[in-house]
Design a protein. Structure first.
Ligand code: ADP
Ligand code: MG
Length: 967
């Protein structure tokens, strides 16, 4: 035994050159099983006959961006949930059985995760036989009448087959029958295991159309299991000990002379019917189940391989017996493989030993995957990488299917349930890749050279002979046939005379006998001559017939080969085109992928663009707002500066006028000195006084106010009243030169003296010195302070004068105050340019005469005056000022207004800027005061007099914020 176990000497490597003939891609089919429960989530749909679509289940995110994507996979054919076993068989397995009977090898395997229906597809379920029983049924339906007697074919232990004569086969049969336990099952359907009886109850009687009837056939089956990378023979007749079961012996793989791999010492059972074959299979199946249970193995982790071998050899020329030539025997095999579950180890929660086993199983499938990948790469890119078949028993066993020739088909089984999504995806990817691998197409075996139709002719001849013999009434049996024929033949001869010699001298009997015998001899000779002649004639006829048949055959063969050549050419063209299609499809796929990527990029860029343009729009609108605000500010500032400029110009003019006036005065004095010496002495002091005053005054009204001065001077109405240090003129006033004023004054002096001389004198006595100075200065300057008579002439003039000397002086007493016994009467001066404000507190003066412009008439009737003045505050709000004053009758009979209060009504925005002109602010900007002044100046056309030292409180300020009004 040791010698037998020794390593096989390595044969010189005679590498078979790669088959140059046509190749076929591995046929990959997909079968989708129905969901086990209706409420299960489904993730696979059959799109059409060749495409399935798989999509991630709910809540499953495939890509980082959370996109939900379906994937489509195309196969040679896709079987939906409603496709029955027969249809799968017809498409996938039938061609393999046809090939098997034509002497070609085939491999069919089912691939998928556990529970996806691999076993259901391969073996079937009770009442619904799978591919395996259907294959067996088709084989036996096809070769049934042409089967050899048992043991005519004998498999050797080197994956070869021998043929033995009928006698040897008979002897072996007898030997087996003599054995106590029958080695092969009975094959009787009635005694079959009810467990599988309905699985092989195939009704369709499928068979191969063209079976070579001049051959005899024998079927051998073997059943192995590959578990944990060990090969076990499931048909081995080893007594199984229930108490302490021995682990089964694993088998090794060898390569035969045709480079096919085989399991050494594997039991191969010759079977003569479907039932018998399936019974053998079932026996192996049972053994597998028992082993799994007893050795605590996971059945889904083993690969089971059922091998059907078909031996065939031609009949001899007579069509009677098998040709006893080994070279004429063809042995083809069909392997049906139910692969282990392709799921990853963690899915089944295998532990310890099982995990290791599972790892190995995965290793086998991984190796299968790698082999397919390398093969594909070699074929696609012309590389010559070594395919690692030897890395696992599974791939090693089927090496020659991929390397050599044969037809390989795979059924990918998938369960559409959502839990299997990831595994199914892996399965689909592998399957799609597998169909890119090509396998050399098996060639037709050569013809044996004997006349076809031998079996039929032999049969027909026998039948005919039997019929004829029957007609003659003779026995149908062959041996007695001959006897009776000779008897019949002898009966036709003349009867022999009696050859009994009666005495010694009998000279009649012998000569008579001799004569009869000679006659018979002659007859026989004649007959044999005729027979020979007939035979010759028949032979020639036969030969002629044969030669005509042969010539016809040759002709047909020629035609056939021609046609075959054309077909081969067309097939090659077809293949080329198919390859081209495949390449183009691959390209299309790549392009589609690229397009998808670009589209995604485009989408992203568009989004970016949109967000940027939005941002830009926002910025533009911001800019517009800012511009508008800036324009407003610019306009405001421009206005302010224009006013400021005007004011400065006016001040400068005043200063220049003052200087001019001083010069004039000096000139006058000089003139007086020159023209009137001595006699005008009484007026001198006054002139000198006057001359001194203007010098003083020229200082006080200094019309070029530094801005800081202004800020402190006119902060609010209170300051306006209590600290009015500003001395200014309106624009209209600026055109009047100081000199002309002096001239005017001088012209008026007589009337002054005339009309108000006494009162003037009286008042001078009454008033304090400062007050007198004040009035004098007024008079000197010819302003319209004291007489209404001047008012009409200087209607456009406004002068607010304040002298330092007047500040502490009591109010002017020169003017008459109206009696208030009849109640106060108001002149409500509202310039028409005022805008209505929506303030809640509207000023209302009862019994007032409302005027749009200052009117002397109205002033004469009233004793109170109020000017409503509006201006734009620095914060952009309208500020309304009610400038109030008392009306006095002047000595000259005119009216004078003495302003006493300023009431400010102002609106504020709750969200607006901080008011700079708020009364609490001690330093309001100069512009506010400025505009107050300028506007008052322009609007008030009557004389205004400030009551110097007025102790009136600040004007009321109404703060309201209902609306922000646009100026
Ligand atoms: P696997 O061999 O892949 O582990 P099975 O063939 O044992 O899976 O199938 C598991 C179960 O699913 C079995 O009960 C089987 O009857 C059922 N099944 C599988 N495929 C189909 C199908 N196409 N139609 C009906 N039932 C199926
Ligand atoms: Mg299974």
């Amino acid at each position: 035994m040791k010698a037998a176990r020794a390593k096989t000497p390595r044969r010189p490597a005679l590498k078979k050159p790669p088959a140059p003939g046509p190749k076929d891609p591995v046929g990959v089919y997909c079968r989708v099983r129905p969901l086990s429960r209706q409420d299960q989530e489904c993730c696979i749909e059959v799109i059409n006959e060749t495409t399935v679509q798989i999509h991630p289940p709910d809540g499953y995110r495939v890509f980082r961006n959370g996109e939900y994507r379906e994937t489509q996979y195309s196969f040679k054919e896709v079987f939906g949930t409603l496709v029955v076993q027969k249809d799968v068989f017809d498409v996938v397995a039938k061609p393999l059985v046809e090939d098997l009977i034509r002497g070609k090898n085939g491999l069919l395997f089912t691939y998928g995760v556990t529970g996806s229906g691999k076993t259901h597809t391969m073996t079937g379920s009770p009442g619904d036989g799978g591919l395996l029983p259907r294959c067996l049924d088709m084989i036996f339906n096809s070769i049934g009448p042409f089967q050899a007697k048992r043991f005519v074919f004998k498999l050797d232990d080197k994956n070869g087959v021998d043929v033995q004569c009928e006698v040897d086969a008979l002897l072996e049969r007898q030997k087996r029958d003599a054995m106590p336990v029958p080695k092969t099952p009975s094959g009787n359907r009635r005694q079959m295991d009810p467990e599988f009886a309905d699985m092989i109850n195939v009704q369709d009687h499928c068979k191969v159309d063209e079976v070579d009837e001049d051959n005899v056939y024998s079927v051998f089956v073997s059943y192995i299991e590959i578990y944990n990378n060990y090969i076990y023979d499931l048909l081995e007749e080893a007594p199984f000990e229930l108490i302490k079961p021995k682990p089964p012996q694993s088998k090794i793989l060898r390569e035969d002379q045709n480079h096919n791999m085989y399991v050494t010492g594997c039991t191969e059972v010759e079977v003569k019917s479907t039932e018998e074959a399936f019974e053998v299979f079932w026996k192996g199946q049972k053994k597998r189940r028992i082993a799994n249970t007893q050795l605590n193995r996971e059945s889904s982790r083993s690969h089971s391989v059922f091998i059907i071998k078909l031996a065939q050899a031609p009949l001899d020329a007579d069509g009677d017996n098998v040709l006893q030539e080994k070279e004429q025997i063809t042995l083809s095999q069909l392997s049906l493989v139910d692969l282990a579950g392709s799921e990853r180890t963690n899915r089944t929660k295998a532990e310890g030993n099982r995990l290791r086993e599972a790892g190995n199983i995965n290793q086998s499938l991984m190796t299968l995957r790698t082999c397919i990948e390398v093969l594909r790469e070699n074929q696609m890119y012309g590389t010559n990488k070594m395919v690692p078949y030897r890395d696992s028993k599974l791939t090693h066993l089927f090496k020659n299917y991929f390397d050599g020739e044969g037809k390989v088909r795979m059924i990918v089984c998938v369960n559409p349930k959502a839990e299997d999504y990831e595994e199914s995806l892996q399965v689909m990817r592998f399957a799609e890749m597998t169909q890119e691998v090509e396998v050399a197409r098996p060639v037709d075996r050569p013809l044996c050279g004997l006349t076809p139709g031998r079996r039929f002719r032999n049969q027909a001849f026998r039948e005919e002979l039997a019929r004829k013999l029957e007609m003659r009434g003779g026995p149908v049996n062959g041996e007695t046939e001959e006897q009776s024929a000779s008897e019949i033949f002898l009966q036709n001869f003349p009867p022999l005379p009696s050859c009994e010699l009666l005495d010694l001298n009998d000279d009649q009997t012998l000569p008579k006998l001799i004569e009869v015998l000679e006659k018979r001899h002659k007859l026989r000779q004649m007959l044999s001559e005729e027979f020979a002649k007939n035979v010759l004639a028949f032979k020639t006829t036969l030969q002629e017939f044969d030669s005509s048949v042969i010539s016809k055959e040759n002709y047909i063969q020629g035609k056939l080969s021609e046609k075959e050549k054309t077909i081969a050419g067309q097939k090659m063209e077809l293949e080329r085109l198919e390859k081209k299609i495949k390449t183009l499809e691959y390209k299309i796929e790549i392009l589609e992928k690229t397009a998808t990527i670009y589209e995604e990029d485009k989408r992203n860029l568009q989004q970016e663009l949109e967000s940027k343009s939005q941002k830009l729009q926002r910025q533009a609108s911001d800019k517009r707002r800012l511009e508008a605000r800036l324009q407003g500010m610019v306009a405001e500032t421009t206005m302010k500066w224009e006013k400021e400029c005007e004011r400065r110009v006016a001040a400068k003019q005043l200063e220049m006028q003052n200087k001019l006036w001083v010069k004039d005065e000096k000139l006058k004095q000089l003139k007086a000195i020159v023209t009137e010496p001595k006699n005008e002495k009484p007026e001198r002091p006054s002139r000198e006084r006057d001359r001194e005053k203007p010098v003083q005054r020229s200082v006080s009204p200094s019309p070029v106010p530094p801005s800081s001065n202004l800020i402190t001077q006119v902060p609010s109405s209170q300051r306006f009243v209590s600290n009015p240090q500003v001395h200014r003129r309106s624009n209209s006033c600026s055109s009047i030169s100081v000199a002309s004023c002096v001239m005017e004054w001088e012209q008026k002096t007589p009337s002054h003296k005339h009309t108000g001389g006494t009162s003037n004198a009286r008042s001078r006595q009454q008033e304090p010195e400062q007050s007198r100075d004040y009035n004098t200065s007024d008079r000197r300057r010819g302003m319209c302070w004291t007489g209404v008579t001047e008012v009409p002439r200087r209607r456009d003039e406004l002068e607010i004068e304040e002298d330092q000397c007047c500040r502490n002086a009591p109010p002017v007493r020169l003017r008459h105050r109206r009696s208030r016994s009849a109640g106060e009467r108001w002149v409500d001066h509202k310039p028409p340019s005022n805008l209505p404000t929506d303030t809640v507190m509207q000023p209302h003066v009862p019994h007032a005469i409302t005027v749009a412009a200052a009117s002397e008439k109205a002033l004469a009737k009233c004793d109170k005056y109020m000017l409503t003045h509006q201006e734009l505050a620095s914060d952009g709000e309208i500020e309304t000022k009610l400038i109030k004053g008392d009306v006095f009758k002047t000595r000259g009979g005119g009216q004078a207004v003495q302003f006493t209060e300023i009431e400010t009504l102002k609106q504020e925005s709750p969200t607006g800027r901080k008011r700079r002109s708020s009364p609490s602010n001690p330093d309001p900007p100069e512009d506010a005061a400025d505009s107050e002044w300028t506007d008052v100046e322009t609007r008030c056309s009557v004389a205004v007099e400030m009551r110097a030292g007025s102790a009136l409180g600040p004007g009321y300020q109404h703060h309201a914020q209902p609306k922000r009004r646009k100026p």
